[in-house]
Write a protein of this length. Structure first.
Length: 337
């Protein structure tokens, strides 16, 4: 069937090119031969989106970026917001699968909860695009950060900042069951293995919660006032980490490295203020663009859901005092809406 379709396509293309050449010779405009097929493949389709929650910059930035592209293509984008509730997320994903959208974008809260549902969706002919935090179950596409690289680069920045100081550092993880935490921690361990002089005095999980991160850091700083650096796992959470450092009067003395989506207020402004010393951005607008491009490509092709397991790791942007004030280093959520 596929060979017949390809042969017909080749014949059609040949005839189309011959017609185009004739039209061009007569000085007439040319009708682009692939435009209608592209529009018909996309128009009227539905894409579902299940973030961990909609109330923060990453989820909103992805939504706005994808929606802009979907709207232009005549694709409906529907959101199911579990608002940080994992059980609600599983229920939302289950209901969405029953609605049979063409594609589902999933932001996994951990590596296991959605695994069977992702497999079920693709078995039923729905493409699944995972964004930034993976499930143990792979899907047709993953778009997101290379967390091991983030862990290595953040930790190396802290190690470099600690030279000639106490060499005592702390690690503030997110949720231990989330892929972002587990893989980032591996990157941290890779660098620590090369730097035996570094002493980790605290390695605790704040579960992506800024208040919890602040409390953990306050305790660590009381016990270790000579701490020289902190490796944080998300800048949205590390607002609390930075607040604890500031309250202790140690801003500029305790080097804080973190990562995030690169939104102006949460990243560049925090680096400019001195709250963060180093923030690796995984550039949410580019991630949204990558997801939209993959969705449009999948809807045109003959790739069966689940048959491919492709990855797009987004290019990281290090944000420091040197570039935090430069136009274009960060994106603005207000401008994306």
């Amino acid at each position: 069937m596929k060979s017949i379709k390809m042969a017909a396509w080749g014949i059609g293309l040949g005839l189309g090119l011959a017609w185009a050449a004739a039209s061009f010779a007569q000085g007439k405009g040319l009708d682009e031969p692939f435009r209608e097929t592209y529009k018909n493949d996309l128009a009227g389709k539905t894409v579902g989106y299940v973030p961990v929650a909609m109330g923060f910059d990453l989820a909103q930035g992805w939504y706005q970026g994808v929606k802009k592209e979907m709207d232009a293509a005549g694709i409906k984008l529907v959101v199911r917001d579990p608002n940080w509730n994992t059980n609600a997320g599983a229920q939302a994903l289950t209901a969405l699968i029953a609605e049979k959208p063409a594609v589902i974008i999933v932001h996994n809260p951990d590596v296991q909860t959605y695994a069977k549902l992702i497999a079920k969706a693709e078995a039923e002919g729905i493409y699944v695009v995972q964004i930034n935090m993976r499930s143990a179950q792979p899907s047709t596409v993953f778009v997101g950060a290379d967390w091991v690289d983030i862990g290595e680069r953040d930790t190396q920045a802290v190690v470099d900042a600690c030279k000639g100081k106490s060499n005592k550092i702390a690690i503030v993880q997110g949720a231990p069951t989330a892929a972002a935490s587990a893989y980032t921690l591996k990157g941290v361990e890779n660098i620590l293995a090369k730097n035996p002089q570094i002493k980790v005095v605290s390695n605790q999980a704040a579960d992506w919660d800024a208040s919890k991160a602040k409390g953990l850091t306050q305790t660590v700083l009381k016990q270790n006032p000579d701490l020289c650096g902190i490796v944080g796992f998300w800048d949205g959470m590390d607002i609390g980490t930075a607040a604890a450092v500031k309250e202790a009067g140690l801003t500029g003395k305790v080097f804080l490295a973190t990562s995030g989506g690169g939104e102006q207020k949460g990243a560049c402004d925090q680096v400019k203020s001195g709250a963060f010393d180093y923030d690796l951005s995984y550039d949410v607008p580019t991630q949204a663009s990558n997801m939209a491009a993959m969705i449009k490509w999948l809807l045109q092709g003959e790739v069966k859901p689940g048959a491919a397991k492709q990855n797009i790791y987004t290019t990281l942007i290090p944000i420091t005092r040197d570039n935090a004030g430069a136009e274009g280093t960060c994106w603005k959520l207000a401008a994306a809406k």
